[in-house]
Design a protein around this ligand. Structure first.
Ligand code: GTP
Ligand code: MG
Length: 203
């Protein structure tokens, strides 16, 4: 699976701002600062495609990036969107703002016609927090397919990594869940994630 392009298409906080081109969508969700935007840059190998910051709360809108994939077994190129979302669980975001967040994100997640699956990102160094568990359960309840991606795996050693992944599964209450370790810094997990994306697009 080879990525052939990555470009910014649109930012939206309501329906009429979604891009007109109707392509399959892969969505990234997770707490502020967990590394959603960095992962999009790592996948596409386009630096600064999605804006990254060490301060949480950087991404404020639903951002669509158009990407092309070449899959060995399939003729031609598959175009789709990587969709970057604002983070949840950011303490400094006021209550009022949080309500608006959940409203426009919820509307998007519940009405998108071509959503393939959601990648829920969880920092591999920390146990999932209450907001992560809530989000995961909400996605499952609404029949939205989820892949858990454990981010920043360059920050811990291999043995601790296995323990952290087990802790994530335990906390989310699903033993047979697949959790994909990822490092945007080292591009680790990149080809695995591209394979999952490729599979979701040819099925
Ligand atoms: P919001 O837009 O605020 O919700 O954050 P985000 O989830 O998009 O996080 P972002 O990609 O902006 O990254 C947050 C910080 O984590 C930045 O300082 C990144 O450089 C850092 N970071 C992201 N991914 C990795 C990674 O794989 N390894 C390491 N070491 N740092 C990372
Ligand atoms: Mg971001």
């Amino acid at each position: 699976v080879i990525i052939t392009q990555g470009q910014y298409v649109a930012s939206a906080v309501k329906k009429d701002q979604y891009p007109e081109n109707d392509l399959p969508e892969i969505v990234f969700i997770g707490r502020s600062n967990v590394g959603k935007s960095s992962l999009i840059n790592s996948l596409t190998r386009v630096n600064n495609l999605a804006r990254v910051s060490s301060q949480p709360g950087k991404t404020q809108t639903i951002n669509f990036f158009e990407v092309g994939l070449k899959i060995a077994e399939v003729e031609g190129r598959k175009a789709f969107y990587l969709v970057d979302l604002p983070g949840y669980g950011y303490a400094k975001t006021g209550k009022e703002k949080r309500k608006i967040w959940s409203k426009f994100i919820e509307e998007y997640l519940l009405t998108s016609q071509r959503l393939q699956f959601v990648c829920q990102l969880i920092d591999i160094r920390h146990e999932p927090m209450a907001s992560d568990v809530e989000m995961f359960e909400w996605l499952v309840k609404n029949n939205i397919p989820v892949l858990i991606v454990a981010t920043k795996c360059d920050k811990i050693g291999k043995t601790v990594r296995q323990r952290s992944i087990a802790a994530i599964k335990r906390k989310l209450g699903v033993a047979e869940l697949s959790v994909l370790p990822y490092s945007s810094l080292k591009n680790e997990g990149r080809s695995d994630l591209l394979d999952v994306i490729g599979d979701s697009l040819v099925e």
